[in-house]
Design a protein around this ligand. Structure first.
Ligand code: PTJ
Length: 251
């Protein structure tokens, strides 16, 4: 559907159309549309802009990815449809591996997502088909199958738009989990090591910019950034920022 740029909700409608097309092309699961709707509702509550607490979390997340021995970016259907270029930029800046990891798993969709990323210059996309031969203990969903060369041996994992079951299992394994989730109350948001409560479409460009900037800084200052960050406190700041924003509507 052609959307007029003059429509007051142009960006939102454009994103929806992108996802609908991605369902038709077999990149996004139909359930991804429902997940997006839930995300959009939370985006309204944060004023559809990046909150200061999210900016802070994104900076710490970039530092953590840069410090990692083996950082991995986990990609699902929605992430591949909404921010493919930014995922590729982030992977090459850090540098990090990219692994396809789906909740609604199908080999066909894994291959399609991998080819989107390969077209953007990612040579080796992990986690496709039989490559995901390691099981993460404590997960009942199909997300449990991971690539031994990716999440199987990673120390820091970025999980945009998670469904909740994997974060705790990875953390129990001693891995650092960076989540991007518009819902600050979700299990993923609450259990991650670093939670960026923002739209993936805004968070990824910030992560890329911060990674490029922080890459020039010495490792000790990056370590300090990560050490001084408290995810629980930052999530409390997020809730306070949302309440302050909603207070402006209570005129
Ligand atoms: O591609 P698959 O098979 O791996 O499936 C992906 C989905 C997203 C369908 C699957 O992981 C799922 O069902 O997720 P949930 O349980 O609906 O959770 C998705 C979370 O992402 C929710 O907390 C939403 O608020 C949040 N969310 C949705 N859209 C965005 C978002 N967070 C950030 N940016 C968004 N654009």
């Amino acid at each position: 559907m052609k959307i007029s740029q003059s429509h007051p909700r142009f960006e939102s409608l454009r994103t929806r159309e992108l996802l609908v097309q991605a369902v038709i092309n077999g990149i996004v699961a139909p359930q991804g549309l429902l997940a997006h709707g839930r995300g959009e509702a939370f985006d309204y509550l944060i004023g559809e802009k990046t909150l200061p607490s999210a900016r802070k979390a994104a900076k710490v997340a970039a530092a953590s990815l840069l410090l990692a021995d083996h950082p991995v970016i986990s990609v699902n259907g929605n992430a591949a449809a909404l921010v493919p270029n930014e995922l590729a930029h982030l992977a090459s800046t850090i540098p990090a591996d990219i692994e396809v990891n789906l909740f609604h798993r199908s080999l066909e969709r894994e291959k399609k997502i991998a080819s989107v990323l390969k077209r953007l210059g990612i040579k080796n996309v992990l986690g496709v088909g039989a490559e995901a031969s390691t099981r993460i203990l404590g997960i009942s969903s199909p997300r449990r199958n991971v690539d031994p060369d990716g999440q199987g041996r990673s120390d820091v994992v970025l999980v945009p738009l998670e469904d909740g079951d994997r974060t705790l299992a990875l953390r129990k394994n001693g891995q650092t989990v960076i989540a991007i989730d518009l819902n600050p109350l979700s299990r993923t948001a609450q259990q991650a090591s670093i939670t960026i409560v923002d739209n993936i479409t805004r968070a990824l460009p910030i992560l890329v910019t911060e990674s490029r900037r922080l890459k020039r800084q010495d490792r000790e200052s990056l370590r300090r950034l990560v050490r001084d960050f408290d995810n629980r406190k930052n999530l409390e700041s997020t809730i306070r920022e949302i309440i302050a924003y909603l207070g402006k509507w209570n005129r």
